[in-house]
Design a binder for this molecule. Sequence first.
Ligand SMILES: Nc1ncnc2c1ncn2[C@@H]1O[C@H](COP(=O)(O)OP(=O)(O)OP(=O)(O)O)[C@@H](O)[C@H]1O
Ligand SMILES: [Mg+2]
Length: 252
Amino acid sequence: MDTVIASEPPLLATEGIAKRFGNIRALQGVDFSVCAGQIAAIVGDNGSGKTTFIKILSGNLRPDSGTIWIQGVSHAFLTPKQSLAAGISTVYQDLSLDDYRDVAANIFLGEELTYGGLFLRKKEMTRIAGDLIRDLNIGIPDITLPVGSFSGGQRQAVAVARAVYHGKKLVIFDEPTAAMGVRESAAVLRLIRSLAQKHMAIIIICHNLHQVYEVADQVSIMRHGKILQTTSTADTPLEQLQQMIIDADEVD
Ligand SMILES: Nc1ncnc2c1ncn2[C@@H]1O[C@H](COP(=O)(O)OP(=O)(O)OP(=O)(O)O)[C@@H](O)[C@H]1O
Ligand SMILES: [Mg+2]
């Protein structure tokens, strides 16, 4: 197995993470790591366990076994609060937006800015939300409308803005560009690069290998709940990675 040489200890690492849903063995011992300033991609077939794995990192699922290390501290599982407190935020594949509320309400969901815990700082939240959406360079004509009225790509932009606002050390993107056009995808990929330049760690799950190669430093192939191989994008041409994925198929 190729090893990606890291210059500093990983911000986050896992060893032997396993998770079953009844008879389905969704994860069968996932070993993974990502360092600050690094963009780590996870690719793999539908149902290979990618979303299950990141839900464990965000504290929304508890693993059956294995260890999660955050900056050298080991955990058997994380709660959503612990994950957020560790500076981890996630753009979920299903986006997890409140369709009936506007952009600012979705970005600050559960963490609203208030005056002394009593009154909402609505204007300030709307201003911050507007700035985040503008930085993303994704057209949303009116951010005060309920997000349920938005297009798929616009909704994805709101989820990305929320994760960027809350993420302090690690931002996880589960197929962030799946519903986006070419221009919007490029804007999100640019944003991901700029986060890494600010020394944040990034995990991106993405089916589009060209997009993976545009941003990622390392790429892990997931199959049947395991990471088969992790390789550096600088050392492995895209065609070679494609071949590795096909070869992994044939091993089955
Ligand atoms: N809550 C759940 N209950 C039962 N089975 C589940 C649950 N969540 C995931 N699974 C199963 O676990 C396996 C891994 O699913 P997961 O969503 O992690 O895959 P994925 O790699 O993210 O796929 P995709 O590329 O389609 O998003 C699948 O077989 C799925 O059906
Ligand atoms: Mg998924």
